[in-house]
Design a binder for this molecule. Sequence first.
Ligand code: ADP
Ligand code: MG
Length: 380
Amino acid sequence: MKEKIQEKFRTLFGEEGELFASAGRVNLIGEHTDYNGGYVFPGAIDKGIIAAIKPNGGDKVKAYSLDYDEYVEFGLEEEDKPSQAWACYIFGVCRETIKRGGKVKGFNTVFAGDVPLGAGLSSSAALESTYAFALNYIFENGIDKFELAKIGQSTEHNYCGVKCGIMDQFASVFGKEGSLIRLNCKTLEYKYFPFKPEGYKLVLIDSCVKHELASSAYNKRRASCENAAAAIRKNHPEVEFLSDAKRVWLEEVREEIPEEDFLRAEYVIGEVQRVLDVCDALERGDYETVGEMMYQTHFGLSKLYEVSCEELDFLNKLARKMDVTGSRVMGGGFGGCTINLVKDELYDTFVNAAKEQFTAKFGHAPKVYDVVISDGARKL
Ligand code: ADP
Ligand code: MG
């Protein structure tokens, strides 16, 4: 990929650029915890974006996407927003850097990537953090890494119409080979934990479905969580977010809140604890416990939080039946991928069975993505 990028760069601009890269991400555990002030536990993956960049001495960005085979030029003022979606990410990163007092001048760039688009691996964060990191480096702005992640997040908010949290860009900027990062979504404190599952593989099975319910259901789940937190807060004023609550405190208000809100809250409080348990297990190298927690998360998301769907439950059940170490739906739910921790010797049998049986039942094949926890934003 690097060679193809430089070759195109030479053809278009008559020289070579400096190479930068960043990555997509997975979240091992910690789902629907972010807006409840809890933990998420993501890591960067071995699929990402690579970009060649060089300042061009002018005030225009000249950008070429290898994957779309499209060339776009745009200026750096607010009114220069390009019409191509992919170029808006680069434009947004430029604008958000400038808004933070950073210098950005015209540059030439060619880029390509291998994160599947829209599969829940955050190809958009990979793109944003590649450019946030690269511009900071090239123009020597000295912006810290957390702010680089926020540049990506604000790009989504202000230039791409996606009101996302910070997790994807955070993982993409801070990702480190062989490490997952536990991020406290309330305080933004983070800590690296070793993730070197020797003898296991991480594999995503993409159901390739996206059910319509997702956004209205999401708002309802948030409302339930806030409602439960408010009820608990009456007895325990220190509860700012639901993640601050203890399980027994939730029991105290069981009769006061709708059963549905109780179940949602039960999931969230359990999930926050599971992230901590997984971190402990990783420090011991105990991947069997990690896997068991993943199954518990899936159960919670399916039966208590009710954001799974037939396709994902099918994949999860199959994993359990075949003695896969861990499996759960990853992401907001109602479609997308399951993330699976599979012993090496079981990998082929499981993946083939998942493809065959899923296709037989649902009439279309799932996609399979192997992932290895890898470095995030960097200069090559
Ligand atoms: P995801 O869940 O993968 O982040 P998004 O819809 O948020 O899905 O982002 C996908 C968009 O990001 C694409 O439509 C495209 O505009 C941009 N993008 C991601 N990867 C590439 C790439 N390799 N080349 C060009 N654009 C890309
Ligand atoms: Mg995205």
